[in-house]
Design a binder for this molecule. Structure first.
Ligand SMILES: Cc1ncc(COP(=O)(O)O)c(C=O)c1O
Length: 382
């Protein structure tokens, strides 16, 4: 079991930051990488053409290790989830009357894109409703509803691994199987799970997996990583930039324009992907995740949230059972009798940082948290 890693971060004393689902605090190593990146731009004559490629490729390798993807060239560097999913939308084979399956109250970047696609192509946007919050076996039932909403007319299933607002867990291996049985594509928004929960590309076999970098991957804002499977190998990217074309390594020959792209998913890289400040930061962040290891991060978070959730349930608040929620992210639906405004004040007084999402308080610890933080939360929630 890992010990608390608060010293690797620079959180102010007294702050109980239980909100990695909002934004990870920068680890000292990530901040240092960013500062080195800024300083490097003072001497651009030392930045070599290879540097536009090597760091990006290193980042792809690191992310491939995090998600057990065999080929790093299947990883594209994107600025956001909405960008990564726009590439999916652009290349989904679908015809009038087909459907796209999403979950109720999914994160907007994984909804608006499908609303537009459905409107433009005459598709049905099929939203799988959540069972009521107080339903017994709610998580299991929601999973069953998801599986049974995928049918032969499903062109795409686009879901997260855990729900961003309350941490409900979805069995993506089953979802992947069902999607394949129906010839549907599967896109996963891994933003709220990859880095904190094992995700295995070779087991889930998604066609796309898109993750923002600034939460559980511990990286800076405006970075993200996306895996694209063979279904997208011949796709059209969102934009046509010079570096994604074959032979772009030879700077002197860039105007010998080429029709072919770099291999596999590299065509989906965002323009100016070789960001000399942000990429080294994301590299440093993924190195930390890999050093700590995802299973150990998950086990640490689960050891913190298990007793916390039990106590909250004993006090009459609603929390999903462990089998159907993330160990690192869960929602607390507080008792009716709790005065919301007073609760917000108490959280502020105790310097407990959590988020209110939908009708739940979202609790999302990481390795910098310990029992002191969960005690402060319990003290505030009562
Ligand atoms: C599940 C999920 N997906 C995506 C995002 C971010 O989306 P984008 O990168 O498009 O801003 C968030 C941010 O909270 C999120 O919770």
């Amino acid at each position: 079991m890992l010990s608390c890693q608060r010293s690797a971060f620079m959180l102010p004393d007294g702050v109980h930051y239980l909100n990695c689902a909002y934004m990870a605090p920068l680890a000292a190593a990530v901040r240092a990488a960013g500062i080195r990146g800024i300083d490097r731009r003072m001497a651009p004559h030392l930045i070599r053409p290879e540097d536009f490629f090597d760091e990006s490729d290193h980042l792809r390798c690191l992310f491939s290790r995090v998600v057990n993807a065999p080929d790093p060239n299947r990883v594209a560097i994107v600025p956001s989830v909405s960008y990564g999913l726009a590439a999916v939308a652009r290349n989904v084979p679908a015809s009038r009357g087909d459907n796209v399956v999403v979950l109720e109250e999914q994160f907007p970047s994984n909804v608006y894109v499908w609303r537009r696609l459905c409107a433009e192509r005459g598709l049905e946007l099929r939203t799988v409703e959540a069972p009521p919050p107080d339903a017994r076996g709610r998580g299991l039932e929601w999973n069953i509803r998801l599986l049974s909403s995928i049918d032969r007319r499903t062109a795409l299933v686009s879901v997260p691994h855990v729900h961003w607002a309350d941490g409900t867990l979805f069995d993506l291996e089953r979802v992947g199987e069902r999607a394949r049985d129906c010839d549907a594509l599967l896109a996963v928004d891994g933003t709220q799970s990859v880095g904190a929960m094992p995700f295995d590309v070779q087991r889930v076999r998604p066609d796309a997996l898109v993750c923002a970098g600034y939460k559980w991957l511990l990286g800076p804002y405006s970075t993200g990583l996306a895996y694209y499977g063979p279904a997208f190998d011949q796709g059209t990217p969102i934009e046509e930039n010079w570096i994604t074309r074959r032979g772009s390594e030879a700077f002197a020959g860039l105007v010998r324009y080429r029709d072919e792209y770099q291999p596999a998913a590299l065509r989906y890289d965002v323009g100016e992907r070789s960001n000399f400040v942000l990429l080294p930061m994301l590299v440093a962040a993924l190195e930390l995740v890999l050093e700590w290891t995802v299973p150990a991060i998950e086990a640490y978070c689960r050891a913190l949230t298990g007793p916390l959730a039990r106590t909250l349930r004993e006090r009459g608040h609603r929390v999903e059972e462990p089998r159907w929620r993330g160990g690192h992210l869960f929602g607390v639906r507080v008792r009716e009798s709790v005065d919301r405004a007073r609760l917000t004040e108490r959280l502020q007084e105790r310097q407990v940082a959590v988020s209110f999402r939908g009708d739940a308080i979202r609790v999302a610890p990481h390795l910098y948290n310990d029992a002191d933080d969960t005690a402060a939360l319990l003290d505030a929630v009562q």
